[in-house]
Write a protein that binds this ligand. Structure first.
Ligand SMILES: *[C@@H]1O[C@H](CO)[C@@H](O)[C@H](O)[C@H]1NC(C)=O
Ligand SMILES: *[C@@H]1O[C@H](CO)[C@@H](O)[C@H](O)[C@H]1NC(C)=O
Ligand SMILES: *[C@@H]1O[C@H](CO)[C@@H](O)[C@H](O)[C@H]1NC(C)=O
Ligand SMILES: *[C@@H]1O[C@H](CO)[C@@H](O)[C@H](O)[C@H]1NC(C)=O
Length: 340
């Protein structure tokens, strides 16, 4: 692979996705390195990133030979349907293992093939045929992505003290499968459970979360004080669910750390009360018929006002004339309010 295709590839896979930014392009360069001759013959190891081995798009049916020294291994877009216990025996210090777009099933991943990789930080098995999350996992893991599989069960996440990112969107998880499974993840900051089959909010999510995506499920209510323990939660998405006024206790979203709340595409008739610190509030495509200033400001005063910058109200039964004139005393710093 020459330098320009390599850069292009990085640009393609390095695109921003939501708040979490894929950091493929920041992989460290080894100073002492290994020459590009130390590479599986069918794969490529760029001269300037000699510890990375690219084996993408090769119709591989199994993991190729992985020579000593490789730290970043890319096996995307192949037909790998099994992993032998010894597949990574020469690279127990592997840091990234990217297996997206293959045909892996749980029963054909043998032994403790991942937990033996004591330095592994990233494990991506997106777009495969998994029915359960892979386990056991190494305690060094920071970023686990298992999106677009058929996962209905979560395996053990015990002892994963450094796991920061878990992406499980586009699976078949129900709330009972999640409850407690993720509880011990003390460093978890980013959890994506969107496009699953949750009809309730799962119990026992780690309170360290900063970002929680639960959109495109079938959630119809929020338990009392559900978000109270999440002292740092900043980004919350619950769009495309079945939330109606009756399912939302009054103080549900009074979370002072929250910066962004997405409740679009639900069945809300009134605007749920939010904390004054909230900056972005998405309520488009609901059944809103009234706008009450007290949803944003409990009291109005010189120093008490809402920090809302963007507010989306389009796709509701509200018009400009139904907005109260004193609204701007509360929404003082809003620079975009979208109404029909
Ligand atoms: C490990 O390295 C040895 C020596 O280079 C090689 O023969 C063997 O195939 C490698 N094993 C794997 C699983 O790649
Ligand atoms: C694996 O997934 C592919 C694509 O989703 C599908 O065509 C295939 O039937 C699946 N194989 C098995 C064994 O489930
Ligand atoms: C977790 O991360 C910290 C800080 O990077 C590191 O010192 C520690 O060894 C890691 N723990 C494990 C089990 O890898
Ligand atoms: C939100 O919670 C704070 C305490 O964290 C409380 O003082 C405030 O009155 C609550 N706001 C509303 C609108 O209930």
């Amino acid at each position: 692979m020459n330098q320009s295709t390599f850069t292009l590839l990085l640009a393609l896979i390095g695109g921003a996705s939501g708040y979490y930014y894929e950091d493929y392009e920041f992989f460290p360069q080894s100073i002492y390195g290994y020459s590009s001759f130390n590479c599986a013959p069918e794969c490529s190891c760029p001269l300037n990133y000699p510890t990375a081995m690219y084996c993408d798009n090769l119709k591989l049916k199994s993991v190729p030979m992985v020579p000593v020294g490789i730290k970043y291994l890319y096996l995307r877009n192949n037909q790998i349907d099994h992993i032998d216990e010894k597949a990574f025996e020469n690279v127990t210090d592997l840091q990234w293992l990217i297996l997206d777009n293959n045909l892996l099933e749980n029963s054909k991943i043998k032994g403790k093939v991942f937990s033996k990789l004591k330095q592994l930080k990233k494990l991506h098995i997106n777009y495969n045929n998994l029915t359960e999350s892979v386990s056991p996992l190494p305690k060094s893991l920071q970023d686990l992505q298992l999106t677009h599989n058929k996962i209905t069960k979560l395996g053990s996440f015990d002892g994963l003290v450094n796991l920061t990112v878990v992406q499980l969107q586009y699976n078949q998880l129900k709330e009972d499968a999640i409850s407690a499974a993720l509880k011990g993840l003390k460093s978890l900051e980013y959890l994506d459970l969107s496009f699953n089959q949750l009809s309730k909010l799962p119990s026992g999510l780690p309170t360290s979360l900063l970002t929680l995506y639960l959109d495109n499920n079938k959630i119809s209510n929020i338990p009392d004080e559900y978000f109270k323990g999440f002292k740092g939660l900043q980004y919350l998405r619950l769009s495309h669910n079945e939330l109606a006024d009756g399912g939302i206790p009054g103080n549900s979203f009074n979370v002072s750390s929250l910066l962004e709340l997405d409740l679009s595409y639900n069945k809300l008739k009134s605007i749920p009360t939010v904390n004054e610190n909230l900056e972005n509030y998405y309520l488009e495509v609901n059944e809103l018929e009234k706008f009450e200033v007290k949803s944003f400001c409990k009291i109005l005063g010189p120093l008490t006002y809402s920090k809302i910058k963007h507010l989306r109200l389009d796709g509701n039964r509200l018009t400009h004339t139904s907005l109260p004139p004193d609204m701007y005393e509360c929404l003082r710093v809003a620079n975009e309010i979208t109404v029909n």
